[in-house]
Design a binder for this molecule. Structure first.
Ligand code: ADP
Ligand code: MG
Length: 762
């Protein structure tokens, strides 16, 4: 007895997945496993949980839906609650450090990591009747492990007479990794393919591939907006910083003003009445391979010329009254010694050629940002129609590729780039790199343009790049990242031989072994002899130590869990909690070390000490209601500070629950640690990062002919041959200690300026 809003009902009926409800439910009822493959926007995420709800699957137990992205977890739970006319008590979400689940929850959206944690305490997932693994094509690490575990859990539950169903949902039809892997599923599960009516999308490649893809994205967007008929624009870039850059530029070119009645403009526009001189001139700056743009333009030009004779007065514009979509006030991040974003600097020469068109265009562009760190009510704006007369333009990271479907997009501008975390398997160093998307992603992005009518995708790179530089697919995450936390988690679940686990795609064995070695060094795993019954011989396996068990209780990488686990004594917990929280949130501070003059404890603790101090001070400012100001003044990322606050609370309550006799609270006015505490904290930092040590390279060690000045801040680290430099913002540049431990190694700079840098150094 669901009472849906009639509007919702109308929108639902348009979704292709609705026509398959009966078939899907039959397959769910009769099978343990089901794979649903369907184009993005076909209604998988929002509708299938509703089918299950209506079929009674949420009556006695819950329906779980996992998402690899936090954005989707919040947005989709809200949407499903709305469609079912239920509250967020019944359709809820849960992700690390945040959620609104209650005892009345029926449908629970969660990040895949959260469900994995739940398996640790309840291996049979006895609270659930169905688990939906959404976005399985993304092949996120946790999703892959969940699939491996669920391939065993589901049959176990069925054997025990309390069946559990698994639905795997994918936006790509390529599901062989799931169906043809006999270690995962002995018998391939049934696959249901949802045919969606996708309108044709014309693909336009650029003739040239410009290095500055942002400028090119800007130019293309300007052309679309000034020359082509109505229809939303979706631009894909690589990160938040780029989103905000384009957002600013586009908004300033085509501002939306409150006092203007754009409805007049839009009628004129659609009738083709507006004067648009640029369209009368030859479009020499459009690439000749933009055939479709040409054609569309000609059509539009013709219509407009016809109508030109009856031009009306344009609306009066008051330059002082702006009402643009509100900015979320987030300071842009300053990358860690990373100048890869140097291309963000404005260069006006290029724009000048477009200036006449920009100036003569009166239609505003309703530009909205979309990226995963954006807060959820701001994310929700992309689902609302733009104000009358304005054209919607969403500047997004790959979040809009398959996780969220933005309505009414007709033009996609694809830079062809995405940010990918690249790990060095030997050193453990990692860096965010801008890389070419896969051909599969390019296809997904293009598809966003054809949901409401025939659309266009403008790929800002050549077809040769597409063929030679874009791989058909990127390797799954699990095969590209360090797996320490996974190894520990799996060991705690009693999976001793992680190498034998039924991964959809198995990670590199070397990676698994390196993680085991790191965990052994940290005292989290230890060697045991065990009898291998099948081969009838002794063999060594690594098992979890008591310390390791304590460590695994924390939703953190093992090294940080270890710091917490060891800090019960000496009243250190409040400091360690704050410190670990700060260390696990990326990019808290922008590079200005001088903001934080060194004090006794910061010199003892190094950069983590500065971090601790910054967090303490920000907390104090927060108490006085001056957080925003404070963050801006001292170059702190406000969102990071908020996240740290959440993590501190969460860690404190977790510790209070799990450790008898301990009662820590988050003290906003935490005093700086005294000398003795700082010394102990330093030891804790070493205990967690003890496998990441550097020794200063003496100037006498510098080879003949090398520039000694380049070695001022250089260290030997582990097995690395090349020197590693203290981060430019490190307070330890003041003292250059003989020995250091560091949190992270980065590779920065391009080509000849490439160097290794360590950050958060103690
Ligand atoms: P899939 O999971 O197959 O990609 P979804 O279920 O996410 O598809 O989306 C189905 C439709 O629901 C899309 O047209 C999308 O635009 C719409 N939709 C999703 N969330 C919202 C929302 N918050 N407001 C309005 N429409 C939404
Ligand atoms: Mg979906």
């Amino acid at each position: 007895n669901v009472k849906r809003d009639p509007k919702v009902q109308v929108a639902r009926l348009k979704l292709p997945v609705l026509g398959e409800e009966q078939r899907i439910m039959e397959l769910v009822n009769e099978n343990q496993f089901l794979i649903v493959a369907g184009e993005t926007g076909s209604g998988k995420t929002t509708q299938i949980p509703q089918f299950l709800y209506e079929a009674g699957y949420a009556e006695k137990k819950m329906v779980a839906v996992t998402e690899p992205r936090r954005v989707a977890t919040v947005a989709m739970s809200a949407r499903v609650a709305h469609e079912l006319a239920l509250t967020n008590k019944e359709v809820s979400y849960l992700m690390r450090f945040e959620g609104n689940t209650t005892k009345d929850t029926k449908i629970k959206f969660m990040t895949d990591g959260v469900l994995l944690k739940e398996i640790q305490s309840d291996f049979l997932l006895s609270k659930y009747s169905v688990v939906i693994i959404d976005e399985a094509h993304e092949r996120s690490v946790y999703t892959d492990i969940l699939l491996g575990l669920l391939s065993r859990i589901v049959p176990l539950r069925c054997k025990r007479g309390s069946p559990l169903r698994l639905i795997i949902m994918s936006a790509t039809l390529r599901v062989e990794d799931f169906t043809e892997n006999t270690r995962l599923f002995k018998q391939p599960p049934p696959v249901i393919k949802i045919e969606s009516r996708q309108f044709p999308v014309t693909v336009h490649f650029n003739k040239n591939t410009y290095k500055d893809y942002l400028k090119e994205a800007f130019r293309k967007t300007v052309k679309i907006h000034t020359r082509l008929p109505e229809g939303g624009i979706l631009i894909f870039v690589t990160g938040q910083q780029e989103v905000r850059y384009l957002l600013r530029k586009l908004k300033s070119c085509f501002p939306y003003r409150k006092d203007v009645d754009y409805s007049k403009l839009i009628t004129k526009n659609t009738k083709g009445v507006e004067v648009d001189t640029a369209l009368d001139s030859e479009p020499d700056d459009i690439n000749s391979d933009d055939d479709e743009v040409e054609k569309e333009m000609k059509r539009a030009r013709k219509a407009r010329r016809k109508a030109k004779k009856k031009v009306k007065a344009l609306p009066k514009i008051n330059l002082d009254d702006y009402d643009m979509p509100e900015d979320d006030g987030q300071a842009d991040l300053v990358g860690n010694d990373d100048d890869s974003e140097g291309h963000l600097s404005d260069s006006d020469a290029e724009e000048d050629s477009l200036m006449p068109e920009i100036k003569s265009c009166r239609q505003p562009l309703w530009v909205l940002p979309l990226y995963s760190m954006l807060n959820s009510n701001k994310q929700a704006r992309v689902f609302e129609p733009p104000p009358v007369g304005a054209r919607l333009c969403v500047v997004s990271t790959d979040v809009a590729e398959t996780s969220l479907t933005i309505p009414a997009i007709k033009y996609v501008v694809d830079t062809g780039k995405k940010k990918m975390k690249v790990h060095d398997h030997v050193t453990g160093a990692s860096a965010w790199r801008v890389v070419w998307t896969s051909q599969a992603s390019a296809g997904q992005r293009a598809g966003r343009a054809g949901r409401v009518c025939a659309g266009h995708v403008y790929r800002l790179y050549s077809s040769a790049v597409y063929q030679h530089d874009c791989p058909p697919q990127h390797a799954p995450d699990l095969c590209r990242r360090p797996v320490d936390d996974l190894v520990l988690m799996m060991k705690c679940m009693g999976i001793d031989k992680v190498v034998n686990f039924p991964f959809p795609t198995a990670p590199d064995r070397l990676q698994l072994r390196l993680a085991e070695k790191r965990l052994e060094t940290l005292g989290i795993l230890e060697r045991h002899d065990s009898k291998n019954a099948s081969r009838n011989c002794q063999e060594e396996i690594l098992k979890v130590t008591p310390l390791g068990k304590a460590v695994s209780a924390f939703p953190l990488l093992p090294r940080y869990g270890k710091m917490l686990a060891l800090s019960h004594q000496q009243a250190l917990l409040p400091y360690t909690i704050a410190l670990v929280a700060a260390l696990t949130v990326p990019e808290v501070m922008s590079g200005k070390a001088d903001n934080w003059p060194a004090t006794g404890h910061t010199l003892l603790l190094g950069d983590p000490g500065v971090l601790l101090r910054a967090v303490g001070a920000a907390e104090y400012a927060h108490r006085k209601g001056e957080e925003q100001l404070f963050c801006a003044k001292y170059g702190l990322r406000e969102k990071a500070i908020k996240e740290i606050r959440k993590i501190r609370k969460q860690l404190a309550s977790e510790i209070n629950l799990s450790v008898a006799g301990v009662d820590v609270s988050v003290d906003p006015e935490m005093k700086p640690p005294d000398e003795k505490q700082a010394r102990l904290l330093r030891q804790l930092v070493l205990s967690g990062l003890g496998d990441q040590v550097g020794r200063k390279i003496g100037l006498d060690e510098v080879k003949e002919g090398e520039d000694k000045r380049k070695f001022k801040y250089a260290y030997h680290c582990g097995d690395l041959e090349e020197p590693v430099h203290l981060h430019s913002a490190s307070v330890l540049r003041k003292t250059i200690p003989e020995w250091v431990v560091y949190q992270q190694l980065y590779e920065t700079g391009a080509e000849e300026r490439r160097k290794m840098v360590m950050s958060n150094v103690t």
